[in-house]
Design a binder for this molecule. Structure first.
Ligand SMILES: [Mg+2]
Length: 207
């Protein structure tokens, strides 16, 4: 057996340049992006996964992207629910998506209220920097996907290749109301559209 997957990937990257892309990642907002937006969602039974989510993520994972969730959960800081509630919801989401062969490397949560000091509350890029440090990622080959301006800004602040806005959640409203603020973003319908765009951009680069 080979030891760590990371070492194996590094060896592949040295000898076979096409595997160099295995240090790339997709950073995903949770509410409104992977699952239906619901104000202060805190119960696993209220999780509604978009049909496009497992399919889109599986395709991205199969293409060698490491998957991360980066989620602001100010409901914790506001006292509406606990971090344990957030973890229950996340575990449920991970279990459901695992059935479709989707695996997340890490889930980053910012539990603070908007006006509190925070380690990584979006639009801060800090969790993406943390992931780069821990997983040896190349952020310039990575993508951020979300339904709010703070998601897009988080990606831009981190220097990702592209921030992608989905029209689920608050995305369609943002596209309609603030087109100039999102002009640097790619806009797609959902996670399947995001996978189409990302994988298409890779193949056009390789031509
Ligand atoms: Mg969202």
């Amino acid at each position: 057996m080979l030891g760590g997957g990371k070492e194996f990937n590094s060896i592949l990257a040295i000898f076979q340049p096409q595997f160099a892309g295995m240090n790339r990642a997709i950073f995903l907002d949770r509410d409104g992006t992977l699952i239906a937006e619901k104000n202060y969602l805190c119960r696993p039974e209220d999780v509604r996964i978009f049909p496009a989510t497992p399919i889109g993520l599986k395709r991205l994972g199969d293409a060698g992207f490491k998957l991360f969730i980066v989620s602001n959960q100010s409901g914790v800081g506001r006292g509406y629910f606990t971090l344990a509630d957030v973890e229950n919801v996340n575990q449920h989401l991970c279990r459901e998506l695992a059935r479709g062969g989707v695996r997340f490397e890490r889930i980053y949560i910012a539990p603070e209220k908007p006006d509190e000091p925070s380690h990584g509350r979006k639009p801060s890029p800090q969790f993406l920097f943390d992931a780069r440090g821990e997983f040896g990622l190349n952020l310039a080959d990575s993508f951020m996907i979300g339904d709010k301006l703070s998601d897009l800004e988080c990606g831009w602040n981190a220097g990702v290749k592209k921030s992608i806005l989905v029209r689920t959640g608050y995305g369609a409203e943002l596209e309609r109301e603030a087109p100039e603020q999102i002009s640097r973003a790619v806009v797609v319908d959902d996670l399947q559209g995001a996978a189409d765009w990302i994988l298409g951009s890779l193949s056009s680069l390789n031509e």
